[in-house]
Design a protein around this ligand. Structure first.
Ligand SMILES: CC(C)(COP(=O)(O)OP(=O)(O)OC[C@H]1O[C@@H](n2cnc3c(N)ncnc32)[C@H](O)[C@@H]1OP(=O)(O)O)[C@@H](O)C(=O)NCCC(=O)NCCS
Length: 147
């Protein structure tokens, strides 16, 4: 892997097929109906410039989806292909996304991580995030939306 020329840039819907394949190859990434082509396109277009891809040439090797709702920022799908881990790519993606969210006026960002994903929890803690013990997530599934 030495000598790879990695490019970090905004993730666009054109990368959907590669992104989905990457997420499917990464343990710890939960996929749902929100990850359809339409869902991801809508998310990226709603939050322009806040999602990033890491590229080794033509190959997408890392992703992060970022957005905000006008109040707090949210991060989804930080994923680095297993062959490319422990090279600083995940941290660079997180920093790029946080920089974009900060530029949008967001000063606090949340993310969801499976309780069983202790590796990712350690990663996030290592780069300064705090695991909240005071909050539980509640969800409600409604009738199908636009995507
Ligand atoms: C979590 C993940 C994105 C990390 O990507 P990565 O490119 O390997 O991470 P980096 O190389 O940028 O690591 C940055 C720092 O975190 C540390 N780190 C990385 N993984 C770690 C782990 N599992 N436990 C503890 N520290 C870790 C690195 O040693 C590095 O430390 P340093 O800056 O002091 O040298 C990657 O393991 C992954 O894709 N996991 C599967 C998908 C997933 O669970 N995503 C998170 C969903 S919430």
């Amino acid at each position: 892997m030495l000598g790879i020329r990695l490019i970090l840039n905004s993730l666009t819907p054109a990368a959907y097929d590669q992104a989905l394949a990457l997420w499917q190859a990464c343990e710890g990434i939960g996929l749902s109906d929100a990850d359809s082509r339409c869902g991801i396109t809508r998310y990226i277009e709603r939050n322009p410039g806040c999602s990033f891809g890491a590229w080794d040439g033509e190959r997408l090797v890392g992703t992060i989806l970022g957005g905000h709702d006008g109040r707090r920022g949210y991060i989804y799908h930080l994923a680095v292909h297993p062959d490319y881990r422990h090279r600083g790519i995940g941290k660079q993606l997180a920093e790029a996304c946080l920089g974009a969210l900060k530029a949008e006026g967001t000063n606090k960002v949340h993310l969801f991580v499976f309780n069983t994903n202790t590796s990712a929890i350690k990663f996030w803690e290592h780069i300064g995030w705090t695991l909240r013990k005071d909050i539980s997530v509640m969800s409600l599934v409604m009738e199908k939306g636009t995507c």
